[in-house]
Design a protein around this ligand. Structure first.
Ligand code: CDP
Ligand code: CDP
Length: 216
């Protein structure tokens, strides 16, 4: 039996992966994996338990005890809906800290691969095309400058009635990019066979058209 096809979208925060992954999964009628959300729920559990964010041994013991689930666009930790809580900057920063640890990545690998089901999967994250699904049918790497990505984040926040300083957002994004790119395991980088798309001067419709053109 043939394994289900996978399309991967990797890249830094705010590159537009999530948006395109949703559009693509919708269009194809495929499942979707937001792998960042898995790491975020794990980081929230770490923050709550008081485990040190660099304590690999304690994190490796904690993670298998967690019940992490997703349904109807909501994220659940041990039966509690945590969709909103995992999106704040404190959680994002904690996420990129624990995500640098090999034991954390190993503990979350099977959970991610279990999303691969018929008729297909669209997976977004940092290492979808390089580590989790290296045999994916098509791979994309979306990117844009830190300034543009921070401006997008600012706009998202203001739409939610929240305010922030652009310079703080640029700093947060740079710190996270730096950690994600320089970690020894599964660093953020395009797979050798990925199509790299700079989304800086493109809107979502244009990025989506490029992606569709490539897979059909
Ligand atoms: O949505 P955004 O791009 O801001 O972040 P995310 O995809 O939710 O990922 C949050 C953090 O999780 C990233 O900064 C990475 O440190 C980590 N992550 C990872 O290491 N590997 C993945 N496949 C996905 C996320
Ligand atoms: O998942 P990732 O962090 O890569 O980015 P996203 O959540 O899909 O997109 C971040 C924000 O940028 C959203 O508000 C998108 O509407 C916006 N965006 C954009 O303005 N132009 C694009 N080409 C892609 C995304």
């Amino acid at each position: 039996n043939t394994p289900s096809p996978v399309i991967t979208l990797d890249g830094p925060a705010g590159a537009g992966k999530g948006t395109i992954a949703c559009m693509l999964a919708d269009k194809l009628g495929w499942h979707m994996l937001d792998s960042g959300a898995i790491y975020r729920v794990a980081a929230l559990a770490a923050l709550r338990s008081g485990v040190g964010l660099g304590d690999e041994k304690a994190l490796a013991a904690l993670l298998p005890t967690l019940n992490i689930e997703f349904n109807n666009g909501e994220a659940w930790l041990n039966g509690e809906m945590v969709t909103g809580e995992i999106r704040n900057e404190t959680c994002a920063s904690a996420t990129s800290q624990i995500a640098a640890l090999p034991a954390v990545r190993a503990a979350l690998l099977v959970l991610q691969r279990n999303f691969r089901q018929l008729p297909g999967l669209v997976a977004d994250g940092r290492d979808m095309g390089t580590v989790v699904f290296p045999e994916a049918t098509h791979k994309f790497y979306l990117t844009a400058s830190a300034e543009i990505r921070a401006e997008r984040r600012l706009k998202q926040l203001s739409q939610q009635g929240l305010s922030a300083k652009l310079c703080d957002l640029i700093q947060d994004i740079n710190a996270r990019d730096e950690r994600d790119t320089n970690r020894p395991v599964a660093p953020l980088k395009p797979a050798a066979d990925a199509l790299v798309i700079d989304t800086g001067s493109l809107d979502q419709t244009e990025v989506f058209a490029t992606v569709l053109h490539y897979i059909t």
